[in-house]
Design a protein around this ligand. Structure first.
Ligand code: PLP
Length: 959
């Protein structure tokens, strides 16, 4: 059969290109979108843009010239593969806080590559987060046992920032009024750098002191940081210095390697007040520097001073064991400028991995990994000595410092030729660090690089004693809890991980309409390269030539992000939004200083701002002045002008979020920025809501001088249950010299590029979506939020809207009147949604007593409707409470969520049927049943705070 060549059919090029990725990323199908737009009364997305976006932010300039045309999934992966191929992976023996480790495949596949774990949100809704809370409790127990300190938080961002947090914690907790902080000179260089950056704006005087003589510097100081082992590998007994510091009224933190602590006396037993470090070598890939979970452990007295999140044991409404975040949950939102730190997103997924590693290996497994690591370095040192090489230290755990006068470069180069990366310490010294990956073959290659013959390994091994100081050998037990003994076969661990994941509601089961958090699709193709060895096995201090591919990817991503935001330069270093805020404010402060305007220290922040804003401003040494909002939720221009006038020459910056945290495109944003600029201030635009702007407007073009973005919101890095994140800071030309690590301002993260291990995700998203795809995503997200607002406005008042009654990418449902009239609270609604199998929206931020809904572009209409129907059903139940049909303290809302156990109980004396409790909108029996059974009932948080337990309780606690 022949047909006419003119037939209406796709071209060969179209067919080859296939379905654009944007069609997969964007949830609503064309007919669904049409239906949503019809509900909104607009013809298409352009018409929606014309209506929802104020003229003031429209971009006169063409956006996104640097972005290539979108690639399909395979094309993108092929390109990324080419970049990966330009990296050279070597055996990592550089050390400096980053070590070779083997991620057990059962953990890689079931956690790192499993959407049930990586797409979860921060566990603020504990009833549907028991799985990751249990894993984090294991993390805290592991850190607490190994450090010998009773309380550990659920992860910090990296070792260097953890040390900085310890510094400020000691200052708050101690009695000394001295501004001085003494730091062991044998501390990781990146930690010293970050400490300098963090100390300066707070007026803390750092004193880097050589403590090898076991004497402290003269004069008063509030705190001391020791390294154990030191960056050079040296181990000395810190007990004497700790005691001396205590005698002088100071508190002491110890930076310690957790693996070494399986064989060394822990800091807690040596008298330390705090311990910090990284958990990277517990099965978390190097990733060119991150993401990895850091830890901070303290004594019971300092528990309430801990930054970040702390998981604690509590009980549910039926008195059963249940977990939730303790004490300072969302503390920035409550304490704002008085918060202990600005940490919000942390490193949960990596903390879970590290905990799983400890659970899988158990104490004996960890001890033998430590033994292998140590014996490899002891034998390595013996072999070098036998060949006439001087070894600097008698005692070490895993790092051998070799003296090779004038030959360091030659040795390092020779090792590199053999595929091994060593550390060139100076022209005369080489550092070699061993790990669980080190083999005898590696030792031989290293010996040969040093020009040491071929030592007989077995004889050396037999003849060489350990290089650990005998008095410091660990005698205390650790990881005695059953959790670290019960899951040692792969079957047992796999089932444990599955059981925990099943307790949680992540994006793989439901939409998570969390306002401000942008829980959108994390596509499989985007995740793919994260575990490619060429990316994930790079050491952050690998030679430049070995990392060309990753650095090229980073440069491209920086260029694209600068283009999309309208700024001149971007740094990907900050490893969370909060850290981007801090970096951005430091840039502003340094800019003013460079112009001789050192007195500018006032930071204006609207009342509705995210809590991290105020906390970051304090860290940057600024004074926070709150600006009011008007009845429409916009920045109150009169109040702003008054505050600008009042502070005049002391005005440093204004931080605003755009669109606002109220989910509105404020039409007057240019006036707001103008008022600040006229007074000589700088404008910080918090870019957490960039999902409402990408491809349609640019903060750098409508008045911002600097912004941070959250790649874990807008650019598809999964939330991981509360991290990792990446918070790039983007600046206008005049601030570019003040980016972190660019020269004028020091680094804000341990690794130069923060968390490069997850950057392929955002790179892949931009590469596959292209400019048009992202614009479509933005406007679809706006359409979805407006659709939800429209569908629910008859049931719940929508609090704020902007021009023409539209919201931006999220909407706030106001329950305050309902609560006043009926007693039903936002909590009741959030918990009842669990019975529907849906994750709650953001609760009580930015306005107490409200729910903020952000559906994102990735949810299709049936899923949005499932949420809408659940909310309407809940409103029907609220009405029955209001009508007096059910008492305010005994109804399906107040008693939610309902567990299978509570429904199966022979006793049921509630005024509503069990069936309604379990299936509020009716069931769908068979395989289509989407019922989710929460493992616990509503959790009593206050009980846990009164009886603080932050590590795995002994099994008899359950008796
Ligand atoms: C999420 C968020 C932040 C903080 O970002 P993290 O990555 O969690 O540190 C700051 N501002 C706003 C408006 C946010 O939504």
């Amino acid at each position: 059969m022949s047909s006419s060549p003119q037939q209406d059919r796709p071209t060969l090029a179209d067919l080859e290109r296939g379905q654009p990725f944007a069609d997969r990323h964007v949830g609503p199908r064309p007919d669904e979108l049409a239906q949503m737009l019809e509900t909104l009364g607009v013809a298409d997305l352009d018409a929606l843009a014309a209506r929802a976006l104020p003229d003031a932010i429209r971009d006169p300039e063409p956006v996104g010239a640097s972005l290539p045309a979108p690639a399909g999934e395979e094309e993108m992966l092929a390109e990324l593969g080419e970049l990966a191929a330009r990296n050279t992976v070597t055996v990592p023996m550089i050390g400096l806080g980053y070590h070779g480790t083997r991620t057990p495949p059962v953990i890689r596949r079931n956690v790192l590559e499993n959407p049930a774990w990586y797409t979860a949100y921060t566990p603020y809704q504990p009833e549907i987060s028991q799985g990751r809370l249990e894993a984090l409790l294991a993390f805290q127990t592991m850190v607490s046992d190994l450090t010998g300190l009773p309380v550990a938080g659920a992860s910090l961002l990296d070792e260097a920032t953890a040390a900085a947090e310890a510094m400020t914690l000691l200052r708050r907790a101690g009695r000394s009024r001295s501004p001085r902080f003494v730091v062991d000179a044998d501390t990781l260089p990146q930690t010293l750098d970050v400490l300098r950056t963090r100390a300066e704006p707070l007026g803390i005087e750092l004193e880097i002191a050589d403590l090898s003589g076991d004497t402290l510097p003269e004069g008063e100081f509030f705190g001391l940081l020791l390294s154990y082992p030191g960056a050079s590998g040296r181990i000395t007994d810190p007990a004497g210095l700790i005691e001396a510091a205590h005698d002088r009224g100071a508190l002491v933190a110890v930076a310690a390697d957790l693996l070494a602590l399986t064989v060394l006396t822990p800091p807690g037993e040596l008298g330390a007040d705090a311990a910090v470090g990284s958990t990277q070598r517990f099965g978390v890939p190097l990733g060119f520097g991150g993401p990895h979970a850091a830890y901070l452990a303290v004594g019971q007295k300092q528990a309430r001073q801990l930054p970040g999140r702390l998981v604690g044991v509590s009980r549910d409404a039926d008195g059963h064991y249940a977990l939730r975040l303790a004490l300072q949950t969302r503390e920035q939102h409550i304490r704002r400028e008085k918060a202990t730190s600005n940490i919000c997103t942390a490193q949960v997924l990596l903390a879970v991995m590290a905990a799983c590693y400890a659970v899988y290996h158990g104490p004996d497994g960890l001890r033998s990994i430590a033994q292998r690591t140590h014996r490899m370095s002891a034998v390595l040192a013996a072999g070098l000595r036998s060949g006439g090489v001087e070894i600097a230290h008698e005692h070490f755990f895993d790092t051998v410092l070799a003296r090779v006068p004038g030959r360091a470069s030659a040795v390092v180069d020779a090792a590199h030729d053999a595929g091994i990366a060593l550390r060139k310490v100076s022209a005369d010294e080489v550092g070699v660090s061993t790990s669980e990956l080190t083999t005898v073959a590696h030792l031989q290659a290293v010996w040969s690089a040093f020009g040491v013959g071929e030592p007989a390994v077995d004889e050396l091994d037999a003849a060489t004693a350990d290089a650990l100081p005998e008095p410091l050998r660990r005698t205390s037990e650790y990881l005695t809890h059953p959790t670290f003994h019960e899951f040692r076969s792969e079957t047992a661990l796999m089932r444990w991980l599955r059981r925990l994941a099943d307790a949680d509601l992540a994006l793989d089961r439901t939409m998570i309409p969390l306002g401000s958090c942008t829980m959108k699709l994390n596509a499989a193709a985007e995740m793919e390269a994260v575990t490619w060895p060429q990316f994930c096995d790079l050491h952050p201090f690998a030679p430049e030539a070995d990392t060309a591919g990753t650095r090229e990817m980073i440069t491209q991503l920086e260029t694209w992000l600068a283009d999309l935001t309208g700024y001149a330069a971007v740094s990907l270093q900050p490893n969370a939004g909060s850290q981007g805020e801090f970096a951005g404010l430091l840039a502003i402060a340094a800019y003013h200083r460079s112009r001789g305007q050192t007195e500018r220290d006032v930071c204006l922040i609207p009342a509705s701002a995210h809590g991290t804003n105020a906390a970051s401003a304090i860290m940057a040494g600024m004074r926070v002045v709150v600006v009011g909002t008007d009845a429409q939720g916009n920045v109150d221009l009169d109040d702003l002008r008054a505050k600008v006038a009042e502070h005049g020459d002391r005005l440093s910056a204004l931080m605003i979020t755009y669109p606002s945290t109220h989910g509105v495109y404020e039409a007057q944003v240019r006036e707001v920025c103008g008022a600040v600029h006229e007074a000589g201030g700088q404008v910080y635009v918090d870019g957490a809501n960039l999902n409402a702007l990408v491809g349609v407007a640019r903060p750098g073009a409508f008045g911002g001088d600097v912004s941070h973005l959250n790649l874990h919101k807008t650019f598809c890095i999964p939330h991981g249950g509360g991290g990792p994140g990446v918070g790039p800071v983007a600046v206008a030309e005049h601030l570019a010299p003040f980016l972190p690590g660019a020269g004028e301002v020091g680094p804000v993260s341990a690794a130069r590029y923060g968390s490069p291990g997850v950057l392929p995700i955002s790179w892949a998203y931009v590469r596959m979506m292209g400019l048009d795809g992202m614009r479509r995503a933005t406007l679809t997200a706006v359409a979805a939020a407006n659709y939800v607002a429209r569908r629910l406005e008859g049931h719940y008042p929508v609090l704020y809207s902007g021009v023409d009654g539209s919201v931006a990418h999220e909407c706030i449902l106001d329950l305050r009147t309902i609560t006043k009239d009926t007693g039903v609270t936002v909590d009741d609604v959030a918990k009842r949604l669990i019975d529907h199998g849906i994750h709650a929206p953001t609760m009580s931020f930015p306005v107490a007593g409200t729910l903020m809904v952000e559906p994102t572009e990735s949810e299709d209409l049936p899923e949005i409707e499932r949420f809408v129907q659940a909310m309407i059903s809940i409103k029907g139940e609220i009405d029955r409470v209001a009508a007096g049909e059910w008492p305010a303290d005994d109804n399906p809302l107040r008693n939610a969520p309902h567990t299978a156990a509570c429904l199966a109980d022979d006793k049921w004396d509630h005024p509503y049927p069990r069936e309604l409790a379990a299936y509020p909108t009716g069931g769908t029996p068979g395989v289509h049943d989407r019922k989710v059974w929460p493992p616990v009932r509503r959790i009593d948080g206050a009980h846990g705070d009164r009886n603080l337990v932050c590590s795995c309780p002994p099994p008899d606690a359950f008796a």
